[in-house]
Design a protein around this ligand. Sequence first.
Ligand SMILES: C[S@@+](CC[C@H](N)C(=O)[O-])C[C@H]1O[C@@H](n2cnc3c(N)ncnc32)[C@H](O)[C@@H]1O
Length: 357
Amino acid sequence: MDSYGAEDLFQAQAHLYKLIFNFISTMSLKSAIDLGIPDTIHSHGQPMTLPMLVLALKIDPAKSGFLYRLMRFLVHSGLFVKTKVGKRGKEEEEEEAYDLSPCSRLLVQGNAPNLTCFAQCVFHPALSDPWKLLADWFYREEVNPFHCTFGMGFWEYGSENPEYGKLYNKAMVRDSEMMNLVIRDCRSVFEGMQSMVDVGGGNGAVARIISEEFPDMKFTVLDLPHVTGDLEDTENLKFVAGDMFHHIPPADSILLKLVLHAYSDEDSVRILKKCREAISGKGKEGKVIIIDIVINEKEEKHELTDPKLYFDLLMMVAVTGREREEREWKKLFLEAGFSHYKITPFFGLRSLLEVYP
Ligand SMILES: C[S@@+](CC[C@H](N)C(=O)[O-])C[C@H]1O[C@@H](n2cnc3c(N)ncnc32)[C@H](O)[C@@H]1O
């Protein structure tokens, strides 16, 4: 301690308090969603002053000072932006108003893409309670804190609690809809393929997006029975209930979006070997396409590494997975018998990895 001056320690105190109070960011965001603030500003069609917001949210005007403070924090954290509008009746005078930022635009219901459901799925006790046992878990036998909390694995929990299972699947669909933004830019990745199996493809959102660009391609979505249950096949999209550890239907290409990050290295190699078998009919031209995080702490911006590391810990707490650096991905590919790969950082947090036999 002696080597640190007062200034260092006060800076450390500010940093520590920021870490201690990080949950306030999460809970304030949750309140904004629960109050419906993004939807309210969106349906108003233009920035809203504080009194307008109080009125629209049906909040007692006596509480407007409290709403002001919540909004001040949410503007500071980038969820909303503050702007100026002309005063009603006195257009020459300006007053402050709140508008959506790109971040809160992603929380407007009915807008695509929309990540409200993703947030609700993470705020749910299924994904928030296990953190309370993180420290305990280091001294316990269970495979992860989720098991310590619920006595079962995450996928089993989704099957036993259909309401949560549905919320989770919907959250994944919403996350996948972000693919619409870039699908045209990655046409070359899918060109030349006549068939594709989306392994762990959930409700088939990604397969649908790709099939709109490639209507002649045949798609199969393989997922657990409680996920594929009542989903209907279409002309070029078929749902198959099954277990990727046992069998993956043959195809020219296999897609794994956000699947391998939920598994240990040993299980990921088992899945990748099954994928290699499935594309063997296409010879050297078959490929496995992976959409997942690649951590690159040295080269990427700090703001991008933060959420990647959050996902890494989430995978540790909820399932038995991990987020990987390029060298860790490469090790998996070589162990599973693949010869080369290409990484394209297409999707913000996620990259597209093409893996060849
Ligand atoms: C993180 S989600 C990804 C869903 C989808 N790929 C997406 O990105 O929207 C992982 C998916 O793997 C499925 N899954 C888990 N274990 C599986 C297994 N043994 N066989 C097939 N699918 C499985 C889950 O039901 C879930 O839909």
